[in-house]
Design a protein around this ligand. Structure first.
Ligand SMILES: Nc1nc2c(ncn2[C@@H]2O[C@H](COP(=O)(O)OP(=O)(O)OP(=O)(O)O)[C@@H](O)[C@H]2O)c(=O)[nH]1
Ligand SMILES: [Mg+2]
Length: 470
């Protein structure tokens, strides 16, 4: 245990030295992290961002593009040999196919490098030729960030806190009964360990289904190729004796192995190298699910922001060594479900949530910003007459039936406090409005040369995230 920690620290430091600055020939590199909880829209966001950087006709608010300073953009070999490449071509193929489809769900980290040839502006404009800037985009599940909290805890502390939380949740009853019944001091039995971890995983899945976001360890929900391995075969047990070869002793050992071999490498190899971050949030989906889901989303945003807090814990401080994430964008995705007349209100809700998350995480560090966007616009707008009054709707092809439909999701309040205070106050439904969601299929695309796929405010997102470096 002690030995692995020392070895890891040496590795962490070595990795840090290797990472400082950019690559060996000095090409500036921006590492942009893209995260969000499951189904928040990460894959579509990256696909659209890359396509719209390659063909910049729809990026007027990305200044370097509208000023004509981006001479070229092209995809490069992914720089990290052991990280899967973000499968841009397959995702783009799905979105532009006949009929167009949304890309498959992705459940692990992936990475893509886009290189831009950019002409300098200002004083240097006439003196220097274009220079190359690499943009490395890293897609990773937001669930993994929440594991950071485990690094500070021992198995006993984590067990106590987790079991306490379970007591307040009906979905926790089955695991709680099993854990109370289990003699942790008895000799390790692999079948029993598996039953415990499986029942605990069932609880985590049920808790997430019920709208709780604090469902760590994150890899229990998204195991990938670790499924069934010992690092995922543990579960919390009440404090007690832990003689050698006991169940409790082995559970504690596996908990430490999860921290050392799953959480630590992710933060060391990916997270600590990020310069800019976008956190995608399905805010409309949460509003549709009701006040508890919005409150939960706020909690998740606070915890995610907390992970970016400089000096948050000794482990991260050592990894970052003074370097820090410079900008964080919280973006409400899928804004094309809403007529643009309501976009200002959605942005105001996101801004209010972001401000709250900043205050609660007592976050000071990076510049933060909130935005409502659609990575891929799947609808058109229309105004209909309903009960004698005009109604702003969106039209699109329904994903389930393939039929065309007009859709009105409900009116968001002018004042975001209406949403936030109902959420904070624990209301079980919204007072004066019902919000609907509908899933639209991506619209068939006919792109003019030079144009990327249609979107809403991807150019503003790009300007905030990387514009100052171009
Ligand atoms: N209308 C609309 N729907 C979107 C948009 N972006 C994403 N969606 C919907 O959201 C779903 C999830 O998007 P993804 O990009 O796959 O989300 P993800 O975060 O990568 O999901 P996982 O890989 O499962 O974690 C898609 O299948 C679409 O139904 C958008 O810009 N507009
Ligand atoms: Mg994905």
């Amino acid at each position: 245990m002690v030995l692995t920690t020392i070895a890891d620290s040496v590795l962490d430091v070595a990795q840090g030295i290797y990472d400082t600055g950019s690559d060996l020939v000095g090409t500036p590199t921006i590492r942009l992290g893209v995260t969000g909880l499951a189904r928040s829209g990460k894959t579509v966001f990256i696909t659209s961002l890359v396509a719209n950087l390659l063909d910049r006709g729809r990026m007027p608010h990305l200044l370097a593009a509208s000023e004509g300073r981006i001479a070229a953009a092209y995809l490069q070999t992914q720089p990290d040999d052991t990280v899967p490449r973000f499968d841009f071509e397959t995702h783009m193929g799905a979105l532009t196919g006949t009929p167009p489809r949304w890309p498959e769900s992705t459940r692990a980290v992936s990475e893509l490098r886009v290189s831009l040839r950019v002409k300098p502006n200002g004083l240097l404009a006439g003196l220097q030729g274009p220079r190359t800037i690499h943009l490395d985009i890293i897609d990773y599940p937001g669930e993994w960030l929440l594991d950071l909290g485990l690094m500070d805890q021992t198995y006993e502390e984590w067990s106590a806190a987790t079991l306490k939380r379970l007591e307040t949740r009906t979905v926790g009853a089955a695991y709680l009964a099993l854990a109370t019944d289990t003699d942790g001091a008895a000799r390790l039995d692999e079948v029993q360990a598996k039953t415990l971890s499986q029942t605990f995983t069932d609880y985590l899945n049920a808790a997430r289904g019920a709208g709780f976001y604090d469902c760590t360890p994150g890899r229990f929900l998204l195991p990938g190729d670790l499924a069934g391995s010992p690092v995922l075969t543990f579960a919390p047990l009440p404090v007690g004796d832990d003689p050698r070869r006991s169940l409790r002793r082995e559970m504690a050992r596996r908990f430490e192995a999860y921290k050392a071999q799953v959480v630590r490498p992710f933060f060391r190899d990916h997270f600590s190298r990020i310069d800019r971050q976008v956190v995608l949030v399905d805010a409309l989906g949460a509003i549709h699910n009701g006040p508890a889901a919005v409150e939960d989303m706020r909690g998740a945003m606070t915890d995610i922001l907390g992970a970016f807090k400089p000096g948050r814990n000794a482990f991260l401080t050592k990894l970052f060594r003074g370097k820090r994430v410079e900008k964080i964008l919280f973006a409400a995705t899928k804004a094309d479900h809403l007529h643009h007349a309501q976009h200002g209100r959605l942005t105001a809700i996101m801004a209010a949530l972001t401000r709250e998350a900043r205050d609660r995480a007592r976050f000071a560090g990076a510049e933060t910003e909130a935005l409502a966007l659609a990575s891929l616009r799947a609808t058109t707008e229309d105004t209909m007459t309903h009960a004698g009054a005009p109604l702003d709707v969106v039209r699109g092809t329904l994903l389930d039936t393939g039929k065309q439909a007009a859709f009105y999701p409900g009116a968001l309040p002018d004042d975001p406090a209406h949403i936030l205070s109902a959420a904070k106050g624990g209301a079980d439904k919204w007072l004066d409005e019902d919000y609907q969601v509908m899933r639209f299929a991506p619209a068939p695309l006919t792109l003019r040369p030079g144009d990327g796929p249609p979107h809403m405010r991807m150019d503003r997102a790009a300007q905030f995230l990387i514009g100052d470096k171009l």
